[in-house]
Design a binder for this molecule. Structure first.
Ligand SMILES: [Zn+2]
Length: 135
């Protein structure tokens, strides 16, 4: 599907009762349009469905086998889940809602939304390049 819901945070709303996701297509904050799509749950790919992640302050840079070898207590703590925290993405629910387009209209809306996202990303990249060049 080529859709990464992390790109859509925060402008998306999930209604669990209706199992629908509302995405906002925004145009520099001036023109906004909400599209509502059917949703389904998928295993959270941030925590791999565990519901917890290791505190990023602990293993942000990766942990080498040498570190564990030097500090067996640390290794024990690490694997016992001492440093785990609820996954910030799924909130510990192990699953996350993703759009589940069912009609042609849904698919067209989702495509429009994704196009918009890539356009915004492109503009942002161009802005950044311009700033780096000192404009
Ligand atoms: Zn998660």
């Amino acid at each position: 599907m080529g859709y990464d819901i992390r790109d859509s945070r925060p402008p998306y709303k999930f209604d669990e009762a209706a199992m629908s996701i509302t995405l906002t297509i925004c145009d520099d904050g001036e023109l906004e349009e909400d599209i509502t799509l059917p949703a389904k749950f998928e295993v959270c790919d941030v925590c791999d469905g565990k519901g917890t992640v290791v505190n990023p302050n602990i293993d942000r840079h990766g942990i080498s086998p040498e570190e564990f070898a030097e500090d067996p207590d640390f290794e024990e703590d690490y694997f016992s889940g001492v440093y785990d925290q609820p996954c910030g993405w799924c909130g510990g629910r192990r699953v996350m809602p993703v759009p589940d387009p069912r009609s042609d209209e849904d698919r067209a809306n989702l495509r429009r939304y994704n196009d918009r996202l890539s356009q915004l990303a492109q503009w942002e990249a161009e802005d950044r390049r311009a700033r780096e060049l000192g404009y």
